[in-house]
Design a protein around this ligand. Structure first.
Ligand SMILES: Nc1nc2c(ncn2[C@@H]2O[C@H](COP(=O)(O)OP(=O)(O)OP(=O)(O)O)[C@@H](O)[C@H]2O)c(=O)[nH]1
Ligand SMILES: [Zn+2]
Length: 197
């Protein structure tokens, strides 16, 4: 389950990470004992646990918990799913949208479960390519649909705030399995997720 309140955080991890953040703040030239920063190490420790909680969640179980026998066999698309993740190279955010489609093969899945598994994989240290593949494989292996497609469009803070400092570049990654490997099916999906539809 996602964290609902700070009381549910692992106290040992919070204490360890808090201690390290205090040192980081001081190493960076700030005074961790000034009033405004007193609670910062603990807040940061909890924020980081929230943002990496995906390591403790089972995405296949989430999908399996809401699979329903159904004969519908047209494309199902959930688009514009907000994604917030952390790049594994700099531990800085990357964020954007995921678009997911599948063609059922006897079973449909509860719609909310698709954004839920996006969150599970996004709340880990990631690269956008692997995030895309993991969502794709999870749906493919669990639901065993006729086909599945995932597109992610994201902006990377490590390319915006630092490094190359490009504010408007967007990275698109995609993956297709089964029926979506056919060009007509893939094009239908891409047309349906195009902006302003
Ligand atoms: N492929 C991929 N690269 C990423 C992702 N997130 C960050 N990166 C890149 O990871 C690379 C790490 O390269 P390095 O040269 O080791 O790191 P760096 O010196 O900080 O690189 P610059 O960002 O170019 O300053 C950079 O090119 C980042 O843009 C991602 O999701 N996918
Ligand atoms: Zn980065």
């Amino acid at each position: 389950m996602p964290y609902r309140s700070f009381e549910e955080y692992n106290m040992q991890v919070t204490d360890d990470v808090k201690d390290r953040y205090k040192h980081i703040i001081s190493d960076l030239g700030e005074n961790p004992d000034r009033e405004g920063l007193l609670k910062t190490p603990e807040r940061a420790a909890k924020a980081m646990q929230f943002l990496t909680q995906g390591y403790h969640q089972d995405p296949e179980e989430i999908l399996r918990s809401a699979m329903f026998k159904e004969s519908y066999d047209e494309m199902v698309i959930v688009k514009d799913i907000e994604v917030y993740s952390l790049c594994e190279h700099h531990i800085l955010p990357f964020f954007g949208k995921a678009h997911i489609a599948y063609i059922p093969n006897g079973y449909i899945v509860g719609l909310s479960k698709l954004p839920r598994i996006v969150d599970v994989f996004a709340r880990r240290l990631q690269v956008q390519e692997r995030l895309t593949e993991q969502i794709l494989d999870c749906i493919n292996d669990t639901l065993r649909p006729q086909g599945v497609a995932v597109v992610i469009e994201a902006s990377h803070m490590c390319m915006m705030m630092r490094g190359v400092q490009k504010q408007n570049s967007i990275t698109t990654t995609s993956g297709f399995r089964g029926q979506f490997e056919k060009i007509e099916t893939r094009n239908e999906f891409l047309k349906l997720i195009a902006p302003n539809r």
